[in-house]
Every structure is written in structure tokens, then in C-alpha cells.
Design a protein around this ligand. Structure first.
Ligand code: SF4
Length: 228
């Protein structure tokens, strides 16, 4: 089978039809459903506001570090109206164990103020409106819409970027392009699940430095097996 260059020099993509790639994606999805039937975000939250705040905090930080900080943060600022009245300096001590905490404190306060001014303190169920909020990009908006409201979408983080390449599902580096490729391969009703399940697979099995290829349940459908 002839192959083409992918985004990672270790990986060359097989030339395969969309139909063949969809068939591979379907088998990969079946494995993920067996492995992670309850796949969901690991960011602790009880409502869309908390999920939005936690997701903003999780940029370039681990979910575990965010989950350690948010209980006290949410107790002090339980909703957008409370957070909108704070100064960034007042928020900083609650999140100082998380990377980029000064910038994130500023963004969170401005975000809360905009939620209050524009949406009466509620999180809008609209990707364009979410993306206008400070600290909220395409990935955060897609995550929040999917996890809090069930709006279909495959948000692409570092794990999905790596896995899309290793599994030969997208040759792109740009997260929005990778997301579009993945959404062509997986059924729409499984997009949110696929996002969460691939994160878990990337976090605990196909890790960045040492993917656990031996005994991998996706081995036969992985184009980069043996490259590590
Ligand atoms: S075979 Fe290795 S590289 Fe491929 S998905 Fe499994 S762990 Fe990742």
C-alpha cells in the first residue's frame, strides 16, 4: 500500500479511501465504547458555569490540578454574579497552583462580567457567543457545549491531536481541521463521547512519550504501531 507523509515524521499515512477510513474509525469507536462506556470530562463541575470556569483553567494545565483548586473557588464564587464582583487579585489565591494563574484570573473575572452583562449570568448555548468571551477559544467552547448541553462536536486537545495522527485519522496539525476530519469519520451522535473517550485513551494508554502498544486493543487499526 502506498503511503503519504503525516504531521509526525515517524508516521506515514496509508492511502486509503474515506470508506475504508470510516470503517477503521467505526472499529476504533467500538473498542472505545467497550473501554470507556461512561467516558465524560474529568473536570469536576455541577453546572455549566462551573464547567466553563474549569475548562478555561485547564488550558495548559492538568485536570487534576484544576480539580484541586476549584472546590474552594466555587464555594467563594458560586456563580457568574459573584465572580463578576471580584477583582482578579482576589481570585488569584484560589488558582495560584495552576499555570498562568494571573492571566486566567483576569480572564475569569472579565468572563463573569460579560456573562452578567450580556446573558444575565447564564452560559450561552451558542459557540459564536462563547468564543467572544475572554479565555474561551474554539476548543473550550466545543467542550462546554458538548459536556454541559449535549451539543455535538469533537473538541481537539493535545491528546486528540496526537491520536488523530497516530491512528491516521487526520493529517492536519490545526485543531479545528482535525476536528472537522474526525467529525467526518465518526457518527454525529457519538462526537461528544468520541472526544472524551479519546482523551482517556491518550491520557492512560497511548501516552505522548510511552504509548502502551503491547496488547493495545486498537493495535490492528493503528497505522503507527511499531513506530515507538
Ligand atoms: S498501537 Fe500504540 S500508537 Fe497505536 S493506538 Fe495503540 S498505544 Fe497508540
Amino acid at each position: 500500500m502506498s503511503r503519504v507523509e503525516g504531521p509526525d515524521p515517524k508516521i506515514s499515512f496509508p492511502r486509503e479511501s474515506l470508506k475504508a477510513k470510516q470503517a477503521r474509525a467505526s472499529r476504533i469507536l467500538a473498542v472505545l465504547e467497550t473501554l470507556y462506556p461512561q467516558a465524560a470530562t474529568e473536570l469536576a463541575h455541577t453546572n455549566p458555569f462551573e464547567l466553563l470556569v474549569a475548562t478555561v483553567l485547564s488550558a495548559q494545565a492538568t485536570d487534576a490540578s484544576v480539580n484541586k483548586a476549584t472546590p474552594a473557588l466555587f464555594q467563594r464564587y458560586p456563580n457568574a454574579k459573584a465572580l463578576a464582583q471580584a477583582s482578579p487579585e482576589e481570585v488569584e489565591p484560589y488558582i495560584k497552583t495552576i499555570g498562568l494563574y494571573r492571566a486566567k484570573a483576569r480572564n475569569l473575572v472579565m468572563l463573569a462580567r460579560q456573562l452578567v452583562e450580556r446573558y444575565d449570568g447564564e452560559v450561552p448555548v451558542d459557540k459564536a457567543k462563547l468564543r467572544e468571551l475572554p479565555g474561551v477559544g474554539w476548543k473550550t467552547a466545543t467542550v462546554v457545549l458538548g459536556a454541559a448541553f449535549g451539543v455535538p462536536g469533537i473538541a481537539v486537545d493535545t491528546h486528540l491531536t496526537r491520536l488523530a495522527s497516530r491512528l491516521g485519522l487526520s493529517p492536519h496539525k490545526n485543531p479545528e481541521k482535525i476536528g472537522a476530519d474526525l467529525e467526518r469519520l465518526f457518527p454525529k451522535e457519538k462526537w461528544v463521547f468520541t472526544h472524551h473517550a479519546l482523551i482517556l485513551f491518550g491520557r492512560y494508554r497511548c501516552t505522548a512519550r510511552r504509548p502502551l502498544c503491547q496488547g493495545c486493543p486498537i493495535y490492528s487499526d493503528c497505522i503507527s504501531k511499531g513506530a515507538w
